[in-house]
Design a protein around this ligand. Structure first.
Ligand code: AMP
Length: 503
């Protein structure tokens, strides 16, 4: 992460206010490099993949340069897929939330022309479109680009791979000559470079230098997961992993608090660690982790810088990092003082390309993390319930309770076992999930073969050449260890569990 803050970058005050409101702590490396250049009006050629913060890297400076009062199209972003178009349009809405009367419009294939025509007529300062549909509108005269100030090609290599390059060039040719242009791409194949040479004169190149480092003491695992299932997956990981202390990395300050609250509600002893806490509070949290008063910390990269707590056995990358340097720093929080560490990375289908990047950066392959099957999980929960029950049965403190129950059983002529069952159900009402009665549902795991997102305009992309994301099965190491499970919080009580239906 850079040392710069967003306030140092010279963004429009309304845009800066929105960035503060979303809770971003620091500009990511690609943002720190790109924002000043784009604010300056330069053309830019950026090598950056999903997850580096590239959307904000272009959206924030370009929004800072638009005329708030003029309603015509000032920024056009081309994206390879409709899903990305929607995502980028949403990001623009967020970053422009403090700009009065701001309008952004996504236009993509597969959607009726009519509502798009109406919206285009009403006017939007930012258009985010897939190449095919954007070109259609241009040719029909329903989209005019003569007022355009900036154009962005997002994920240019994907557009090339999906066969949109001619459409992209036709659109580029229709933009005003003085229009600022930026191109972002995870890779820079020849045809993309050619487009850049033709249409992005004097472009400044920006790329993140990827560090390489061996991380001997930390075994790395990857778990492909749908974004909306990340919390479920995390809950299960924490349930089965025999951790001493765990650090969970997320992107924003807000997320550290939110996730810590959710885990706390599930009975974990957890604290957030972020840049909003003052020095003293941060030191206290780290001290609590060191002394075992807390077992989990949910942190941002900035707040966890230099953290040295030998009892951290696990690093969970709940959100992917911005760059390899951040990743290497994150996983270096475990495997300290000569101990072994375990790092688990959650990747959504869109973020898959990170896998290869991180494997290269760390010079070691990642093993596939195996979540426990519903049957195994259920068995584990039953054993755990039994073990807890037996600790109460053996502690010699229950004779009075037994006497009370015997009386109830006699007077009501019911078996004592029925009363034990009734008590357990009562406990479940008080502490939902405490009683392992129902087998948990399996979490849907995206297959390695599936493309990360829907393509648009009905064109099916080819599998990208080269690397197949290496979701190879590890030698069973990713799964729960026999009898292994997360450490019960202090007091010997397991966290109250919730069934999937309740989550
Ligand atoms: P992108 O690479 O544009 O797809 O962004 C990936 C994710 O990072 C998005 O969810 C953004 O909201 C988030 N993000 C972007 N910039 C920052 C930042 N400076 N701090 C925290 N999160 C960010």
């Amino acid at each position: 992460m850079s040392e710069l803050s967003f306030a140092d970058l010279g963004l429009d005050p309304a845009v800066l206010e929105a960035v503060v409101a979303v809770g971003y702590e620091k500009p990511s490396p690609i943002q720190a490099q790109s924002i000043p250049l784009l604010l300056n009006g330069d053309n830019l050629l950026g090598t950056a993949q999903t997850g580096t913060g590239k959307t904000a890297a272009f959206a924030l400076p370009l929004l800072s340069r638009i005329d708030h009062k003029a309603k015509e199209a000032q920024i056009l972003v081309l994206t390879p897929t409709r899903e990305l178009a929607i995502q980028v349009a949403e990001a623009f809405s967020t970053y422009a939330s403090k700009i009065r009367g701001f309008q952004v419009l996504p236009i993509y294939g597969g959607q009726d022309f009519y509502p798009q025509l109406k919206a285009l007529k009403r006017g939007a300062q930012v258009i985010v479109g897939t190449p095919g549909r954007t070109l259609d509108h241009l040719r029909r005269g329903t989209l005019k680009l003569d007022t355009l100030k900036s154009l962005v090609l997002d994920e240019a290599d994907e557009m090339l791979r999906m066969g949109f390059i001619d459409d992209v060039e036709a659109i580029l040719a229709a933009t005003p000559a003085n229009c600022q242009r930026a191109l972002f791409s995870a890779t820079m194949p020849g045809p993309i470079r050619k487009v850049a040479q033709t249409y992005l004169s004097n472009a400044v190149e920006v790329k993140i230098e990827n560090q390489t480092k061996t991380v001997a003491r930390t075994t790395q695992y990857v778990l492909p997961i749908y974004a909306e299932r990340k919390l479920d997956a995390l809950t299960r990981i924490l349930e089965v992993e025999p951790f001493d202390a765990t650090i969970i990395f997320v992107r924003t300050k807000a997320e550290t608090t939110l996730l810590a609250e959710k885990l706390s509600a599930r009975g974990h002893s957890v604290a957030p660690l972020n840049g909003d806490l003052n020095q003293r509070q941060r030191e206290q949290t780290v001290e609590d982790l060191k002394r075992g008063k807390k077992d989990i910390v949910v942190a941002t990269d900035v707040a966890a810088r230099g953290l040295d707590v030998p009892r951290i056995t696990h690093v969970i990358n709940y959100d992917v990092p911005y760059d390899t340097e951040a990743y290497i720093h994150r996983i270096g929080r475990t495997g300290r003082a000569g101990r072994e560490g375990k790092a688990i990375l959650l990747v959504t289908p869109r973020e898959r390309s990170w896998l290869r990047t991180l494997e290269r950066a760390t010079n070691s392959p990642m093993e596939s993390y195996q979540l426990p099957s519903p049957v195994d999980l259920q068995k584990m929960r039953e054993e755990q319930f039994e073990a807890q029950l037996m600790t109460f049965a053996e502690d010699g403190k229950q004779p009075k309770a037994v006497e009370l129950l015997n009386g109830i059983a006699e007077r009501n002529n019911v078996d004592i076992a029925v009363l034990a069952g009734a008590l357990a159900c009562w406990m479940e009402t008080a502490q939902p999930g405490a009683l392992p009665l129902e087998q948990p549902a399996a979490l849907p795991i995206p297959s390695p073969e599936r493309r990360g997102r829907d393509n648009n305009d009905g064109r099916r992309p080819n599998r990208p050449g080269g690397h197949k994301p290496g979701f190879k099965k590890g030698p069973g190491k990713g799964g729960p260890r026999p009898g292994g499970r997360g450490k019960p919080p202090a007091g010997g009580k397991r966290p109250p569990r919730q069934t999937d239906a309740k989550r």
